[in-house]
Design a binder for this molecule. Structure first.
Ligand SMILES: CCCCCCCCCCCCC/C=C/[C@@H](O)[C@H](COP(=O)(O)O)NC(=O)CCCCC
Ligand SMILES: Nc1ncnc2c1ncn2[C@@H]1O[C@H](COP(=O)(O)OP(=O)(O)O)[C@@H](O)[C@H]1O
Ligand SMILES: [Ca+2]
Length: 569
């Protein structure tokens, strides 16, 4: 049960043509029409309904300021005469489908002093919220998605940041990797409380690489070492969706909406996220937070890059083409299962705001056990705990989060977690085109896409892939155990499985192409944080809009000594 909080301020104020009781405590601002006002409005007839009360969580208040003329111009002259001063509170209001809007409520006061007192007390409460950013570095990709990034930022986001008194240094990128390179070497990061990218998953990937690489360089960590324990980044990342798929935004917020994302930045939300690091031998390749996909998704991405001029529709065209090609690729997948994790990919425990699977992993006991497990595994050599699967695959997907997006509202792995230190490795073996279609179709509805004999899914902390034709060249690089387990017999000719004559596919890494097929991947638990809070359950959404009843109990009762109160009628 919520602990009762002392009321800081309580007044009878005017809201539109109603007299409302407005109360503020440390967590909630609530308002409710007074009995007297309701009776007056109903002409003293008995009203059957109870007074409708509304509330805003203090940590979801965007700003408070003296009301401007246009906030009050339509008001009743009698009311404005008696209550000539007014202040406006801008706060987060939830609408359908996880979307947030900035809603204004203007309260009229009888005196200037009272009006100023309300503004001051609310501002004092806001200044206690230390997780809110004050200064941001913003990168806009003008060419992402439908090329509306700049317009979206200027029209929808910048006005909200200004309102919340957030200063922003904006860089419109001039080339691919501009944002990444600027973050890596040039940007003075001490000035900022966060970095925001306006674009799609590719633009997010640039910011991710810039920030993670910079952090490791500053702390002397060698990211080309696949076993290095990476240092988490201090700055949070905000995503304003303006790309083609925007999967990372969708899977962490529940919607693709620039205003909602801007509000998550303003209120200073924080969502830790796992990051996969991909290496080829001792060469660092890339980081990934969403999908690392070989075969189907790698081929779709490669093909779609040639059709960029089509905008987001390029994925539909390339998707259809690659589906019809129906390629498969031969190779060996080795993985280290996440044994002590409390979830599994088919348990239907969806990762939602405040997810207990992610919190469990975060507890220090669990962390220690994880580290011990990894040490034991590496002490035993390559075979310790590793599973090895050789086969022909239509797709190999590692989903470090659900990868939900408008095309697939549940995602590639609906029960994957944002911050549990694991990735869900999905292996789709050679199958008929019709079977693969049935599998894909299940990504668009609620049926279980893993419930096919040719699909398997494992929750893992590390994995490797070795395409068959490269085994011949890199055999000497592998351990004795792997040689015995993986390769029997070794074929001397290349296996060409794709209709266009290629023996291997490429990896799609958060929508960017990796140029090595043979990779080793390791999950870095909670390496970054986003300005997000995970997808809210319906129930959580409703709770945020309701005020605890104690805010209204006996508005003029004696207060705790530290509270400031004012009751006026
Ligand atoms: C018969 C109907 C089949 C429908 C299948 C739908 C399956 C869709 C799953 C999509 C998973 C997407 C994972 C995210 C990938 C993005 O990172 C990547 C780049 O995004 P962006 O930078 O914003 O452009 N997007 C893709 O790779 C698109 C995949 C589309 C596949 C059809
Ligand atoms: N100014 C620019 N010109 C060309 N490409 C850019 C620019 N800025 C970023 N990029 C690149 O554009 C690619 C796609 O960006 P993204 O924002 O993800 O859009 P989309 O979702 O449409 O793919 C990324 O690879 C990114 O590195
Ligand atoms: Ca994860």
């Amino acid at each position: 049960m919520e602990k009762e909080q002392p009321r800081l301020l309580c007044s009878r104020l005017f809201l539109k043509n109603r007299l409302v009781e407005v109360a503020l405590n440390r967590s909630v601002l609530a308002w409710k029409e007074t009995e007297k006002s309701r009776r007056r409005r109903s002409g003293f007839s008995s009203l059957s309904d109870t007074a409708h009360s509304q509330a805003a969580q203090v940590y979801e208040i965007v700003a408070v300021h003296e009301a401007e003329d246009n906030d009050t111009k339509r008001k009743d002259k009698r009311v404005t005469g008696l209550y000539p001063h007014a202040f406006t509170v801008a706060y987060v209001k939830r609408t359908a489908q996880h979307q947030w809007r900035c809603s204004d409520v203007t309260f009229r006061c009888a005196s200037q002093t009272l009006c100023e007192q309300w503004i001051q007390v609310i501002n004092e409460q806001l200044s206690l919220l230390t997780n809110r950013p004050k200064s941001l570095l913003v990168y806009i990709n003008p060419y992402g998605g439908k090329r509306r990034g700049k317009h979206i930022y200027e029209q929808k986001v910048a006005p909200l940041f200004r309102r919340a008194c957030i200063s922003a240094d904006v860089i419109v990128t001039e080339r691919a990797n501009h944002a990444r390179d600027h973050l890596k070497t040039e940007a003075n990061l001490d000035k900022y409380d966060g970095v925001v990218c306006v674009g799609g998953d590719g633009m997010f990937s640039e910011v991710l690489h810039g920030l993670v690489t910079r952090t490791q360089a500053d702390r002397g960590v060698d990211q080309s070492d696949p076993d290095a324990e990476l240092v988490p980044c201090d700055l949070r990342i905000g995503i304003i969706p303006a790309g083609s798929t925007d999967c990372i935004c969708f899977a962490t917020v529940g919607t693709i909406d620039p205003v909602t994302s801007a509000l998550h930045v303003i209120v200073g939300d924080s969502q830790p996220m796992d990051v996969c690091s991909a290496h080829h031998n001792d060469t660092f390749l890339k980081y990934s937070v969403s999908l690392l996909g070989y075969g189907f998704y790698g081929d779709v991405l490669t093909d779609s890059e040639r059709k960029r001029w089509l905008g987001p529709a390029r994925y539909d065209l390339s998707g259809a083409k690659i589906f019809l090609n129906h390629n498969h690729y031969e190779g060996t997948v080795s993985f280290l299962p996440a044994e002590h994790n409390i979830g599994n990919p088919r348990d239907k425990l969806l990762c939602r705001s405040g997810c207990h699977v992610c919190l469990h992993k975060h507890s220090s006991k669990e962390k220690q056990r994880g580290m011990l497990e990894e040490k034991e595994a590496s002490d035993k050599g390559d075979s310790g705990g590793w599973s090895v699967i050789h086969g022909k695959f239509v797709a190999i997907n590692a989903a470090s989060m659900s990868c939900a997006c408008p095309r697939s509202p549940q995602g590639l792995s609906p029960s994957a977690h944002l911050a549990d230190g694991t990735t869900d490795l999905i292996l789709v073996r050679e199958c008929s085109r019709l079977d693969f279609f049935k599998h894909l179709l299940r990504h668009t509805n609620k049926d279980d896409q893993f419930d096919h004999p040719f699909v398997e899914v494992h929750r893992v902390t590390k994995f490797r892939f070795q395409p068959r034709h490269q085994q011949l060249v890199s055999l000497e690089d592998l351990s004795e155990t792997q040689k015995k387990a993986d390769f029997s017999p070794v074929c001397s000719c290349q296996t060409t499985c794709s209709s266009d004559g290629r023996a291997h596919s490429s990896w799609s890494c958060d929508g960017e192409i990796l140029h090595h097929a043979a990779i080793q991947v390791s999950v870095q638990c909670r390496l970054i944080r986003l300005f997000a809070r995970g997808i809210e359950e319906q129930q959580q959404q409703q709770q945020q809009q309701q005020q605890p009843s104690c805010v209204f109990e006996d508005p003029c009762a004696p207060r705790a000594p530290q509270s400031i109160t004012h009751c006026a009628d």
